[in-house]
Design a protein around this ligand. Structure first.
Ligand code: PMP
Length: 390
């Protein structure tokens, strides 16, 4: 008897890159004060009005099995939201509700990849990407981006790795860099996926967190619309991380395939969670802006502090709840800097290396603690960088 090698293969590298986070939890459990800028979760909880909708739904008896691709009303609401934001005609038949964005990423790759297919993804990347691709039987292939290009992917780097590939996974606004892909980048991606005949999986879970410029969904580019699967989620837009509600928006044939998979894997999402999500979406853009606002404020705080020195460079970011700091001028790797910052200053940030080779020599800062603590952490991080470099 043995466990399938498929599981071992998911964490191919042996380490999962979250050592700083585990160590932070250990220190916190010992009662130490640690300023933790590690994981992408709001410092507020799900709003009581959403919880009330969930509670009312359970009391009304919506506690049975969910209907495969999702509550038709919720699918229609997601479709209307997508249509309003992108101008692309979208109906309930273009939407499947999934248990979070992560399940949507897995299902998308399961539906598109055959065993052994190459699956491209931009580097740096959200930590689960390679494992998700491997879990679906694919072979992850990183497409490097560069700090000097603000980590915007280039068509030629995609093309150079596209032979034999089936899919390309991108993420805008981006975790870990905070970068929002601009129109030339998306035009380049569109050209590459067309030439190489790839599906494009577009992870847009941070689409309500835009600080500058605009979010462009590649599904809005008519030439590639049929190739695009958009992954969305309530986790970040509505501070509903634990509720596990996300979706895929794509052509109806893709949605039908994903529904077959859902029937044989997740069985959909709890109906009372779907009702809460429907209520939450109907709160409209003002509510979403309120959830995003603290990150906008903290980005301003960080921008101001970083402008006062020239050792640590802020990667020009315009969205998501993260900042990427270029610390190469200190001479330390991201791993060494983050390790020492935690041990010597009790400030936890993620090493760029945890998110791929392209982010080496950088740090990811999650803007997920209250403003005064955030300001203190950033000021001390900058002082630490100056101190170790002096
Ligand atoms: N994509 C990205 C880029 C993320 O950062 C996350 C969560 N941190 C997810 C997907 C998954 O989020 P969820 O499953 O909570 O929707």
């Amino acid at each position: 008897m043995r466990i399938s090698p498929r599981i071992e293969a998911i964490t191919a590298a042996g380490t999962d890159g979250w050592e700083i986070y585990y160590r932070t939890r250990e220190l916190l459990a010992r009662g130490e004060r640690v300023l933790s800028l590690t994981i992408g979760e709001h410092d507020i909880k799900t709003d009581p009005v959403i919880l009330e909708a969930m509670h009312q739904s359970t009391r009304a008896g919506n506690t049975g099995y969910a209907f495969g691709p999702g509550n038709p009303e919720l699918r229609a609401e997601v479709a209307a939201r997508v249509a309003a934001r992108t101008g692309v005609p979208t109906g309930a038949e273009n939407v499947i509700i999934t248990p979070g964005g992560q399940a949507a990423l897995f299902a998308s790759h399961m539906a598109l990849l055959d065993k052994g297919d190459r699956a491209l993804h931009a580097d740096p990347y959200y930590a689960t990407y390679p494992g998700t691709i491997r879990a679906a039987g694919g072979v992850p292939v990183a497409v490097p981006t560069r700090s000097r290009d603000a980590f915007q992917p280039k068509a030629e780097d995609i093309m150079a790795r596209a032979k034999g590939a089936k899919t390309l996974l991108i993420n805008t606004p981006n975790n870990p860099t905070g970068v929002v892909y601009d129109r030339p980048t998306l035009d380049g991606i569109a050209q590459a996926v067309t030439e190489a005949d790839l599906w494009l999986i577009s992870d847009e879970v941070y689409d309500t967190q835009i600080w500058e410029g605009e979010h462009i969904s590649p599904r809005a580019l008519p030439a590639i619309r049929e190739r695009v699967l958009v992954v969305g989620s309530m986790s970040k837009s509505h501070a509903m991380t634990g509720s596990r509600l996300g979706w895929v928006v794509a052509e109806p044939e893709v949605i039908e395939a994903l529904a077959v998979l859902a029937t044989n894997t997740t069985y959909g999402v709890a109906p009372f969670v779907q009702d809460a999500a429907l209520h939450a979406l109907r709160l409209g853009p003002d509510f979403e802006e309120r959830i995003a606002e603290p990150f906008r404020r903290r980005r301003d705080i960080a921008t101001r502090l970083i402008a006062d020195q020239n050792l640590v460079r802020l990667v020009p970011s315009s969205g998501a709840m993260y900042l990427m700091l270029d610390i190469r001028a200190t001479g330390l790797s991201g791993n060494d800097f983050a390790g020492r910052l935690l041990e010597e200053e009790r400030i936890a940030v993620m090493p760029g290396e945890s998110f791929g080779a392209a982010a080496a020599g950088h740090l990811r800062v999650a803007m997920t603690i209250p403003d005064p603590a955030f300001e203190e952490a950033l000021a001390r991080l900058l002082a630490f960088a100056a101190h170790i470099t002096a």
